[in-house]
Design a protein around this ligand. Sequence first.
Ligand code: ATP
Ligand code: MG
Length: 403
Amino acid sequence: MTEREFALDVVRRLAAAGYITYWAGGCVRDELLGLAPADYDVASNARPEQVVKLFRRTVEVGASFGVVEVIGPRREDDTHHKVQVATFRSDGAYLDGRHPESVTYATAEEDASRRDFTINGMFFDPVAEQVMDFVGGQQDLQAKILRAIGDPRARFQEDKLRLMRAVRMSARFGFPIEEATKAAIREMAPQITVVSAERIAEEFRKMLEHPARAGAMAQLREIGLLSPILPEIAKGLTADETTWDRVLRVLESLPTKAEFPLAFAAMIHPVGKKLAGQACRRLKLSNHEQARVEWLAEHHLTLRDAEKMPKSRLYPLLIQPGIRDLIDLHRAMGQSPEFTERILRDTPPETLNPPPLLTGDDLTANGFTPGPMFKKILQATRDAQLDGEITTLEEAMAMAGRM
Ligand code: ATP
Ligand code: MG
């Protein structure tokens, strides 16, 4: 069974019980575009307690919003099919610029009008195979336009995350933002800061993970959202057009599947490691991701010298976990990584990273006392080993003795 078939079964069962039930939102948009939806969302006039009664396995995921997850049969990968069923609702007043204070159960039409953009606001009845469009979504989909539902200013005032969602959806589908919608975003862009760093980062991550990342960043800047979301680095990136153009070109040249840390590093490489670190902390990235971004920012030029580097410098670089990303970044910056890739391919791991000839234990056993000199000796003998200048413990000890 496919996800689509399961989502159709869920609608059939609710419809058979007499409830008005549709697919809703992103999955309708994707189906009409001929794309495979990431997941199917169902909307119905059935209340959560009524949904729960109709299915064997359910989880109430958003009780306050009237959302029930229906668990279906096992998939091939041992997880289960699941579809979220939401009761048609309208949102109460938005007080904090992000969340409605309350929600009320409502009609399908009202449910459509609380959604963000017309292309995201359609329903589809998969039993009758009929689109239910209360917001002009089909027309905008045809015309390839991203337009807010209702009064754009009011809609962005309610929920400021929509400012970023607009840019993400526009870049993702290559749909320009309609003029009044765009004017409202431009006017309200500075207010994006009322949204939590985590939610801003989540949107930003989705933009950079998508192949249309360069277009998303260009639009983010053009519409005035770049500075408020990344104040530390926006200036440095856009101070002159050459730098910003280069950033966009590097983003365009990344592999389509580039992951977030690589794409983020590619974007911020001109500003240096320190500001890169600040930007990572602002977005509350994990330590692991932050380390990767900083390492890439620090080394974005290093591979240029790969051919001239002694093995004692090159090999430790090649065994870093981020080396594949660094090669991709190097290539996206217009450089040829051929030499580095050849060394990586042709050099066995035990040559790139051999067991050390000399360890701290060897030094203590030979009467050295731990201290700053210790570290220096270990590094020097390691370098000499990688450069092929010494090949035995005896030679390493002799070298230590001379230091
Ligand atoms: P994706 O494929 O990225 O999941 P999507 O359109 O399904 O795209 P979701 O974030 O999963 O996006 O949201 C599902 C639907 O809920 C949207 O299509 C839209 O109708 C509505 N929606 C989501 N977020 C908002 C919001 N902040 N304001 C208004 N409506 C929203
Ligand atoms: Mg979705």
